[in-house]
Design a protein around this ligand. Structure first.
Ligand code: XUL
Ligand code: CO
Length: 450
């Protein structure tokens, strides 16, 4: 018997359109609407994150939890509380009407007194999640192991100076990878929570790199051994909780994977707020991943321009997301991946309905950005101008350089003779930015008149 936690929302959130005055309707998101020949729902593959939305009570380092979350109250029997949490989560996701969820092992199953008890707790809660998935039709986008909360991981998991900690982390990943397979997950994520350092004085960088590479090889080996067909994803982040994290950004992770012959085994899970913390834009990180065949999935959220930390707010900037969406669509879209709301309510947003408001706003923002990104692709002007800019590389000189047919001597001779004499050309940045704005504003007008 599942409990009812969101009775103020009677049924699935409907599409209301821009004129709707009901906050509990979608203004833009229409799952069945076709965009570039594909349903909106299949483009976006929205997922709700178990941790922020159901396993956290709203505490921060200055104060305790504020959220109205009966399943997190003190004194509940741990497994009964765990089942109530899953009841609440699946009721919410079904009412939100999105296809996926994501979880860490510790979001759904409490740590026991022994390793055996912890394992039994996980098995019981994974079974219960499976029942809830069957009841609601909600699917698993990805699972992951929490390798950062327990005190044993204070100095890292795979990169810990103690190999016994490595072993515990490895056993945890084995169990969650298997649970993810059992629940039909389409991806498995590794975020290097404390794989980094707080001080170089006690850190051996070379050793830690070797350990991390070994860990990721073991995970890939086990994936193949058990026949898990999903994609393994690494989620870059530059810092927080450690001062420096090894999976700094997309390019750093890609370089690491290539160095250790693992680039064929892993893709990237790119989080908007992690991108901005690393000093990049979100769409830079997406574009890098697309350019290198590494795009896997996205953690949707945003930071705050006044704060230098991971505020994990719900996304609300159509302008910024349109650029990311354009890069995703240019790259062929998300296939196995999705948009997982790794986003949390502000501590003052205490009501349970605020969970709906946060997600509805975020989903509508993604949907509107998708429409604009698609219009930019369909219109084709940006792509054409970009191609024209590089046209010389398709000509004789460009192809002879790239194919290795031209030596430095050849090039110097032709430049000295005046045969090669390039003229600077405009990059037209402002023109391009105006084109993007034109698409943003046109989409706003279309939405008003639809
Ligand atoms: C932390 C973060 C994690 C990962 C999963 O910043 O983003 O929630 O997404 O461990
Ligand atoms: Co994340």
């Amino acid at each position: 018997m599942t409990q009812d936690f969101f009775s103020e929302v009677a049924a699935r959130i409907p599409f209301g359109g821009l004129e709707s005055s009901d906050p509990l309707t979608y203004k833009v998101y229409e799952p069945d609407r076709l965009v570039l020949g594909k349903r909106m729902e299949d483009h976006l593959r929205i997922s709700v994150a178990m941790w922020h939305s159901f396993a956290s009570g709203g505490s921060d380092m200055f104060g305790s939890g504020t959220f109205d979350r009966p399943w997190l109250e003190d004194g509940l029997e741990p497994l009964a509380a765990g089942r109530a949490k899953l009841d609440a989560a699946f009721e919410f996701i079904a009412k939100l009407g999105v296809p996926f969820f994501c979880f860490h092992d510790r979001d759904i199953a409490p740590e026991g007194r022994t390793a055996a008890e912890t394992k039994a707790n996980l098995e019981a809660m994974v079974d219960y999640a499976g029942e809830q998935m069957a009841r609601t039709g909600v699917r698993l986008l990805w699972g992951t192991a929490n390798l950062f909360s327990h005190p044993r991981y204070a100095a890292g998991a795979a990169t810990n100076p103690d190999p016994e900690v490595f072993a515990v982390a490895a056993s945890q990943v084995k169990l969650v990878l298997e649970a993810t397979k059992r629940l039909g997950g389409t991806n498995y994520v590794l975020w290097g929570g404390r794989e980094g350092y707080d001080s170089l004085l006690n850190t051996d960088l070379a050793r830690e790199e070797t350990q991390l590479a070994r860990f990721l090889s073991l995970v890939a080996e086990h994936k193949h051994r058990i026949g898990f067909k999903g994609t393994l994803l690494i989620e870059p982040k530059p810092h927080e909780p450690t001062k420096h994290q090894y999976d700094h950004d997309s390019a750093v992770v890609h370089g690491f994977l290539v160095r250790h012959d693992l680039a064929g085994e892993y893709r990237l899970n790119i989080e908007a707020n992690h991108a901005t913390l690393s000093g990049h834009s979100f769409h830079h990180e997406i574009a890098y991943a697309v350019a290198n065949g590494m795009l896997g999935s996205v953690d949707a959220n945003r930071g705050d321009y006044q704060n230098g930390w991971d505020t994990d707010q719900f996304p609300n900037s159509v302008d910024e997301l349109s650029l990311a969406m354009y890069e995703i669509l240019r790259g062929g879209g998300l296939t196995n991946g999705g948009f997982n709301f790794d986003a949390k309510l502000r501590r003052q947003s205490m009501a349970r309905t605020d969970l709906f408001h946060g997600h509805i706003g975020g989903i509508d923002t993604l949907a509107q950005a998708l429409l604009i990104g698609a219009a930019m692709v369909e219109n084709g002007t940006l792509e054409r101008l970009r191609e024209e800019r590089y046209a010389g590389w398709a000509d004789k000189l460009g192809t002879s350089i790239l194919s290795g047919g031209a030596t430095l001597e050849d090039l110097e001779r032709r430049v000295a003779s005046g045969e090669i004499d390039p003229k600077p050309v405009s990059g037209h940045q402002e023109l391009l930015e105006n084109l993007v704005n034109q698409h943003v504003w046109a989409a706003q007008r279309r939405a008003r008149t639809d």
